[in-house]
Design a protein around this ligand. Sequence first.
Ligand SMILES: [Zn+2]
Length: 67
Amino acid sequence: MPQPKKRHTASRQGKRRANWLKLKTRSLRACPQCGKKVLPHAVCPSCGTYKGRQVIKIKPPKKKAKE
Ligand SMILES: [Zn+2]
């Protein structure tokens, strides 16, 4: 069996593993306000609430000018 020539540092190992989370499907929770799937411990991007209170203002979706 071929053997590695040099030891890989913890830094190099960490850099390689830094992308693992992107590949995994992250756990999502349903928003209590709008019911949409949101990341846990994060403000809901669709209604802007966190723990039942309004945190950020959400702009209504822009309508097209030609209508
Ligand atoms: Zn929401």
